[in-house]
Each structure stands twice: as C-alpha cells, then as structure tokens.
Design a protein around this ligand. Sequence first.
Ligand code: IPE
Ligand code: IPE
Ligand code: MG
Length: 237
Amino acid sequence: MGSAIESLLSNDSLKIPKHIAIICDGNGRWAKSKGFPRSFGHKAGTKPIKDITKACSELGVKVLTLYVFSTENWNRSDKEVNFLMKLFIEFFIKLRNEAGKNIKVKHIGITDNLSSELINEIRKTEKSTENNSGMILNIALNYGSRLEIIAAAKKIIHDIDIGIFNIDKVNENLFNEYIFTSGLPDVDLIIRTSGEMRISNFLLWQSAKAELWVTNDFWPDFRYDHLKEAIKYYNKI
Ligand code: IPE
Ligand code: IPE
Ligand code: MG
C-alpha cells in the first residue's frame, strides 16, 4: 500500500479531498454472491475500514465519514438489525483500540433506539480519541440527513425564540454550526459501493457541491485501489 500512496502523491498537482464520505453499501449482496447469510457480509464489511482509514489519513484527508446504518435501516428484519447492533458494539471497541494517537472518532446521527450499551461504547470511543490530532473519522450510524436538517432548523428557531440572535443572522455559515458535522469542511467526494446511483438520505446539506464516484464492487471488497480511482476521478485524471 505504501508504494501505491507514493505513486499517487508523486503527482504534485494532485488535489486531496478534505472530506471524503463513503456509502458502505452491498454487504448483503456480497454475502449472497458467496452463498453466505447477510450477517457474514456485515461482518466482512468491518474489514476494509482499518486500511481505508489509514490510507485516507496518510493521504492528508481531514475527515472521512462512513455511512454504516441509516434511519431507514430500522425497517430491516429484527434479526438483521439485532445482529448489526451487536456488531457495532464490537466495532466501536475495535475502533478505540486501533485509533492510536492519530484518529479522532466521532458518531454522527441520533441515539434514539440505540441500546445503552452501544451508546456507552460510542461515547467511550469518542472520549478516548477526542484529543487525537489527526484525521476525523465520522461514523454515520442511525443517521438521516432530512432528520438532521429538521433538528438543526428546530434548534435555530429555538435560539431565535430565546433571543440569542435575530432571524436575519440565519445564513449558510450559521446553519453549518447546527448540523452534526458542525465545524467540519463540506464533503468534496462521495464514494458509493455496489453500483447504486443513489444518495440514500446521506449528508444532503454537506455534499451540495461534492463529486460522486460509484464502483460496482461490494463494500467488503473495497480496497486502496478503489480509493485511488475515486481520488483520480476527483482530480479528473
Ligand atoms: C450496507 O449493506 C450495510 C447497511 C446498510 C447496514 P446492505 O446491507 O445494504 O447490503 P445490500 O445493499 O443489501 O447488498
Ligand atoms: C445506504 O444503503 C445506507 C448505508 C449504506 C448505511 P441502503 O442499502 O440502506 O440504501 P438503499 O435502501 O439502497 O437506498
Ligand atoms: Mg444496501
């Protein structure tokens, strides 16, 4: 992987996206294609995360956001949802152990309907990595963009009501402060695996000007080469 990064970086004029957001899709189809149950696909879907996080961090990406569970995903079978929720507990523990002194892990989304055990692991991971100096890794879990925008609008209305500022102060910069990604740069590049040309309620506000790169490969098969292709696409090369 090291040499692949070097060869990509040897291009002096290469632009590295500040914020890359990935819709990690296709775990179920990956499993099906191998004759495994969907749960195997979800488990396999946790594997690429370490290398991709490391690669993004080494490339100088400031924020990597991974979409792992949407507010719409509660509509899946209880069995699948329960499996995923257990997996996320292990996942946050693993993230905490692997973050080292570099990666700052954050959760974006809502905690409604998440178990107290999962919320606890999320908070512990955020806390133990909050002083890390490197890339921010946002995990979008129980995330929905419309819900985020409505929550922001409500908070703004509330702050106007109690006199913190006047309605004339509401602009894009102010709105940015009220969403889950407050303080972070806009999304420059969205990557989606598994071929779907859909946004699926992901970072609608933040990705207003983002490039979109889609691969037909399933998320568990996502590798550095895919990331490289996406960054090349972003650079129009
Ligand atoms: C993405 O893979 C993971 C989650 C949404 C939790 P899917 O589970 O959507 O896999 P496909 O799209 O059915 O193949
Ligand atoms: C989007 O994938 C959400 C995540 C990858 C977490 P879905 O599989 O849930 O999206 P749709 O249903 O194809 O739009
Ligand atoms: Mg899917």
